[in-house]
Write a protein that binds this ligand. Sequence first.
Ligand code: ZN
Ligand code: ZN
Length: 272
Amino acid sequence: MQLAKQPAAHDAHDWPLPFASPRLGRVLAVGLAACAALSWGHGGVSGDTQEDGRAIEFPDTADHVTLVVDLHTHSVFSDGHVWPYIRVAEAVRDGLDALAVTEHLEYQPHRAHLPHPDRNSAFDEARVAAAATDLIVINGSEITRSAPAGHMNAVFVDDANELLPMENRDEAASFPVEEAVAAANRQGAFVFWNHSWSSPATPNLRTKLTEIQRELIASDQLHGIEVVNGGTYSEESHRIALEHGLVLIGTSDVHTTWSTGTTTSLAAAIAP
Ligand SMILES: [Zn+2]
Ligand SMILES: [Zn+2]
């Protein structure tokens, strides 16, 4: 499933809810429509594995349908510890509406055993696993750099390979981050800044907005910011989101497995 997308422009200030944006809503709406066309896959997750007590429930509003999504997870295709099938099974069990398996493009410690030259592989595996469920699987990647750029997720990409067009993966981190973000935006991706408070440059859970983020925001290439990652919340990131009109994002960033069923997720509302 390739999710078709609309042109880029969005204005977070015109959107009625603080945790959603026209671009995100639009692509999720497209995802819903595309999901209906999915065929049944082999070796997939069955659609009835949701367990009592685990489902994350957000009510719809009067004017909007609420979706529960996790846009930041990992599998063995980067530094996670499970196959994408497990991510899908967890998402179904937790009652998520949409899931992105967002592998680090540049950091892939398992590649000696799992070379996967096609960086869409985790998405391909996940969508096969989810074919018999209602789960929307979104293609995404984590653009991974040291501070000040830090980590950014690009979701709703068409082809993750274009975000890092290098043969030699040992040189991957030297690919200019601006070019990776630009490639994602050319595909109409939604881009958000990950765990901006947890780098050596930003200790004590304080997010520091630097020139690169300011430029990406000004050029409409950075659209959201995590305020919750796993069990951590950043008040500073929340403040920056409100100040700069960025979409508030909460994600699990899960690498291992969930034992408690408390996946932290974004609730996004879309116009019916
Ligand atoms: Zn990781
Ligand atoms: Zn990260």
